[in-house]
Design a protein around this ligand. Structure first.
Ligand code: AMP
Length: 142
C-alpha cells in the first residue's frame, strides 16, 4: 500500500531519487538528505504506515530484522562505534514525513548533537498508577 503524495512512497517506487544502501522485499534504507551526521540513514518499511502503533507488527518485525546488519555496515563505513536509532511518531514528536522511518545517526566524540531530554520525577504513588493504566491496555500483561 502506497500513498500518492508521500515522499517516501515516491522514493520506494523510484519516482524520487535516493541514495539507497539496502533493499529487500519489505524494507528500504537510504541516506537522509538533511543529515545531522555523515552517513545518517533512514530505514523504512516499503508499505506506507505512519507510526509504530499503526504499523502491521510483521512489517515492523521485517524492519527490525535488518537493523542490526545495516547499523553494523554504517559503523564500519563511517568508522564510528556509537549511534542513535530514532523514530519520531507524530508532529509533537518531531515527525515531519508521515511514513514510518527509523533514523540511524552515527555519533562521534565532540559532535554537537544534543537531545532536549529534561528528566522529571514521579510524585509518590504515581509511577504505579501510570504502569497500571498502561498494562491494563495490554492483553499480554493481564
Ligand atoms: P522526521 O522529522 O523524523 O519526519 O524526519 C524526516 C527526515 O526525512 C528528515 O531528516 C529529512 O531530512 C528526511 N528527508 C525528507 N525528504 C527526503 C528525501 N527526499 N530523501 C532523503 N531524506 C529525506
Amino acid at each position: 500500500m502506497s500513498q500518492p503524495d508521500c515522499v517516501f512512497c515516491k522514493i520506494v517506487s523510484g519516482l524520487i531519487p535516493s541514495a539507497r544502501v539496502y533493499e529487500n522485499e519489505n524494507v528500504l534504507a537510504f541516506l537522509d538528505i538533511g543529515p545531522i551526521a555523515k552517513g545518517h540513514l533512514l530505514v523504512i518499511p516499503k508499505q506506507h504506515f505512519t507510526s509504530v502503533d499503526s504499523c502491521d507488527p510483521k512489517v515492523l518485525a521485517s524492519v527490525a530484522m535488518v537493523l542490526p546488519e545495516i547499523a553494523k555496515a554504517l559503523k564500519d563505513a563511517v568508522n564510528v562505534k556509537d549511534y542513535n536509532i530514532l523514530c519520531n511518531n507524530g508532529k509533537l514528536a518531531g515527525q515531519v514525513v508521515e511514513h514510518l522511518h527509523f533514523h540511524i545517526i552515527p555519533r562521534t566524540l565532540g559532535d554537537e548533537i544534543r537531545w532536549n531530554w529534561p528528566s522529571a520525577k514521579y510524585p509518590s504513588g504515581e509511577i504505579e498508577k501510570i504502569a497500571a493504566r498502561i498494562s491494563a491496555k495490554l492483553d499480554s500483561c493481564h
